[in-house]
Design a protein around this ligand. Structure first.
Ligand code: SF4
Length: 432
């Protein structure tokens, strides 16, 4: 590992391709062509990478169970960056996912020192009401970490599979890091694995839509899921070059291996602690059989969680978007007229003079107004593309983009805030 990504500091990661090399995140391009009606953020490559998303897509397309999960730390105002993740959750819910949203109050309490009461207030008033207003359906699950016995129990168990050195290697924890901060890291792993508990139908592909800075959690959790499982399946080759699979017991009783030996058809050979299976023509079927037996013997049989990774929005004034700098972001609860004014003051990719802009064209890729249109305010790809073309060719001036973005932002916020009032009335449907 050449670099660390810290999920607790808002790092603007400029070189996304480095993530492919350093961390093994796969480009999302290869998934895109298989998706029916891809989300705006997928079409526009805002979602740029993934891990194991192919399993989620397979389940989606074959009407098999799958889940989507993400969490929000109740530590400040809900803004457009959070809206992006909420939209991804809701899109997957509409595609058939069992949807989970965790309010990470344990993390907010441990890392930011926010009281439990304040966490609950911010969690409901800022995040949950907007989530419902954006279209999250009551068939999904919204919960607070501190009130979820599943999550607390599972995090304790996961904690037994990871030590301080491993957490430090991932997060850069030091001797000064509090134990609760470390507990909040494994609590998030429990959040991610919760959809696969028996209570929710057992193991299934689960996608976690996150910003690239959250990848440490994903890697930690994939590793923990693997460590919790009773079996490990390894592909092997004998001395004659014939390939076979070896099902290794990590924590399974010998009877579980014996049961596998009796139900797996064809050529098998049982040893103490492992079972070799030859001439396998359907690996997925073998995997399912092993998972079913593990569940019968009280294991979890977790499927490694999948993830999608999105780019970050930059701040309205350029540079990083920061929750603590109001001028850098638009909060979903701010006055729509004030937000429109902020948009008009935002940094653009325009040139110093109109003459120069006409001659050289603008730079939409360096423009925070264009970014607002691309991420949030224009649904129609053709309309967006036309603005881009006009900008690059010098036919468009920044004033018209600012007016358009300001007008749409004002309308969106007004509309969203009205929907929030209806959502507030519906809170009971979500069993908080
Ligand atoms: Fe940005 Fe529009 Fe100006 Fe181009 S014309 S730099 S897209 S504001």
């Amino acid at each position: 590992m050449n670099a660390k990504i810290d999920p607790w500091s808002s790092t603007n990661i400029l070189n996304y391709s480095k993530l492919f090399e350093d961390f093994g995140i796969m480009p999302f391009d290869s998934m895109y062509s298989r998706i029916d009606n891809p989300h705006r953020l997928m079409r526009r490559k805002v979602i740029f990478g993934h891990r194991s998303y192919e399993y989620v897509l397979d389940a989606m397309q074959n009407n098999e169970p799958f889940a989507v999960m993400s969490g929000f730390m109740p530590s400040g105002r809900i803004h457009l960056g959070h809206k992006m993740v909420m939209e991804e959750i809701i899109w997957h819910q509409q595609k058939g996912a069992d949807a989970f949203v965790g309010i990470a109050d344990r993390e907010a309490h441990a890392v930011r020192g926010i009281s439990w009461e304040k966490c609950r207030e911010i969690g409901i008033n800022e995040y949950i009401i907007s989530l419902i207003a954006l279209g999250f359906e009551p068939s999904g699950h919204i919960y607070f970490q501190s009130r979820s016995e599943n999550v607390k129990d599972l995090s304790f168990e996961l904690g037994s599979k990871v030590n301080f050195s491993e957490l430090s290697a991932i997060y850069g924890f030091t001797g000064e890091t509090s134990v609760s901060h470390m507990v909040s890291a494994v609590t998030q792993s429990a959040d991610i694995l919760q959809p696969q508990l028996e209570k929710y139908g057992g193991p299934k592909p689960t996608v976690i839509p996150v910003g690239a800075d959250q990848d440490p959690h994903i890697r930690l959790t994939r590793g923990l899921g693997h460590k919790m499982n009773m079996f490990k399946i390894e592909g092997r080759e004998d001395k004659d070059g014939n390939r076979y699979f070896s099902i290794r017991s990590k924590a399974a009783p010998q009877e579980a291996l014996e049961e596998l030996n009796s139900i797996i058809p064809g050529n098998t050979k049982l040893f103490e602690g492992h079972l070799d299976v030859f001439e396998v023509d359907n690996f997925e079927k073998l995997l399912k059989t092993v998972r079913d037996v593990e569940l019968r013997y009280g294991g979890y049989a977790f499927v490694p969680p999948a993830a999608t990774y999105h780019r970050f929005m930059s701040g309205l004034q350029g540079g990083k978007m920061s929750s603590s700098i109001p001028e850098s972001h638009i909060a979903l609860l701010e006055d729509p007229k004030d937000a429109a004014k902020k948009v008009k003051r935002a940094k653009t990719g325009g040139r110093i003079s109109l003459e120069e802009q006409k001659k050289m064209g603008g730079e939409p890729d360096k423009c925070s107004v264009y970014e607002l249109l691309l991420f949030h305010l224009i649904e129609d790809d053709v309309e967006l593309l036309q603005i881009r073309e006009e900008c690059i060719t010098g036919q468009r001036m920044c004033g018209s983009c600012k007016n358009l973005a300001a007008e749409r932002m004002e309308k969106f916020l007004k509309d969203h805030q009205e929907k929030r009032e209806i959502a507030r009335e519906r809170l009971d449907e979500y069993y908080l």
